[in-house]
Design a protein around this ligand. Structure first.
Ligand code: AHM
Ligand code: MG
Length: 334
């Protein structure tokens, strides 16, 4: 069959048996995320026509203003995952605490938990620039049949069984991994079906794009400043090109296709940077590694960073392997 004719549904069914200990539960979970993605896509596409632009009037636990679409996307994902009764717990950027889910018979038999950033890149919503959804899936560590605890959510990223993102861009794509490579699916909006458009996605070993908010330059650690100067220097294949959308999913997606590095370092005003370990950095790091790329906090592999709180922040360097290694070299020197 022509790869572009293969739907996400067909792909999930075909690959279910290759997943260790598969009982079909993970497949059902990906099916549910696919459904929620289509619903959120529909809402995002109507932005500007209906009253979903602008601030919702509340702030989340991290003190950030919630946008109406942030709240809506959060509701849609949680509602879908609840209705399908396929997870035992959910944590979201937009929820202060994790949500424990009891199934109808009140005997929680589900073993997966989901961590999600329902709509990432909120500052881009009102100006019609690409935003995304990021998700991370783990097997619970506490016994099945009991309510989930914080311990289930604070697992190291290397324990993830699946992770992915949806990019609401010029087209809408769902990209995910279950630990066996990375595959990308593009939504045909006319019929509401995702098709396998990017099989076996690979991060080029190196690239020419660096993505960082250079407005924060004076607050960056010396290692980051030196690496940025290195990117800009006229030498060998440099200067690199600077590309920063301010929407992690979009910056990551472009860099994975073209080759590049994304950085959100710590700074003198934000000691752990901005991005959240559990539902932003870990899933992107898992995808990056599965595509042959690399993700680090400047010194340590992201997937091994210890999680101590749900909304923990961590410095993030992610992208083409050689570029991340070079940035780490500069960090180590300082
Ligand atoms: P958000 O979860 O509140 O949307 O914040 C995360 C976003 C990332 O998508 C993006 O890369 C980064 O924040 C941009 O931050 P800044 O505007 O500080 O450069
Ligand atoms: Mg976010």
């Amino acid at each position: 069959m022509d790869k572009k004719n293969k739907t996400l549904g067909e792909f999930i069914i075909e690959n279910q048996s290759s997943f260790q200990y598969s009982t079909g539960e993970l497949s059902k979970l990906i099916h549910a995320i696919r459904l929620a993605a289509k619903v959120v896509n529909h809402e995002v596409n109507k932005a500007g026509l209906i009253d979903v632009l602008g601030a919702a009037g509340d702030t989340n636990i991290q003190g950030e203003d919630q946008q109406k679409l942030d709240v809506l996307a959060n509701e849609k994902f949680i509602q879908t995952l609840r209705n399908r009764e396929i997870v035992c717990g959910i944590a979201s950027e937009e929820e202060d605490d994790f949500i424990s889910i009891n199934s109808n018979d009140n005997k929680q038999r589900n073993k997966y938990i989901v961590l999600i950033d329902p709509l990432d890149g909120s500052s881009n919503i009102d100006v019609n620039v690409s935003v995304g959804t990021i998700f991370s899936i783990y097997r619970r560590v506490t016994p099945v049949g009991t309510p989930v605890t914080l311990e289930d959510f604070l697992q190291p990223g290397k324990n993830q069984v699946a992770a992915g993102y949806i990019i609401y861009g010029t087209s809408t794509m769902l990209v995910y991994t279950t630990g066996d490579g990375v595959n990308g699916f593009t939504l045909n909006p006319a019929i509401g079906t995702f098709y396998l458009s990017h099989p076996g996605m690979i991060f080029p070993d190196s690239g020419k794009i660096y993505s960082v908010n250079e407005g924060n330059y004076s607050h960056f650690p010396q290692g980051v400043k030196d690496y940025i100067k290195y990117c800009q220097k006229e030498e060998e294949d440099r200067p690199y090109t600077s590309r920063y959308i301010g929407s992690l999913v979009s910056d990551f997606h472009r860099n994975m296709i073209k080759g590049g590095i994304y950085m959100y370092p710590k700074s003198s005003v934000a000691s752990n940077g901005k991005l959240r370990l559990l539902y932003e950095c870990n899933p992107m790091a898992f995808i990056a590694e599965q595509a042959g790329g690399k993700a680090s906090d400047g010194y340590t592999r992201i997937l091994e960073v210890e999680a101590t709180e749900l909304h923990q922040r961590v410095p993030f360097f992610c992208g083409s392997k050689k570029m991340v290694e070079k940035a780490e070299e500069f960090m180590a020197k300082n």
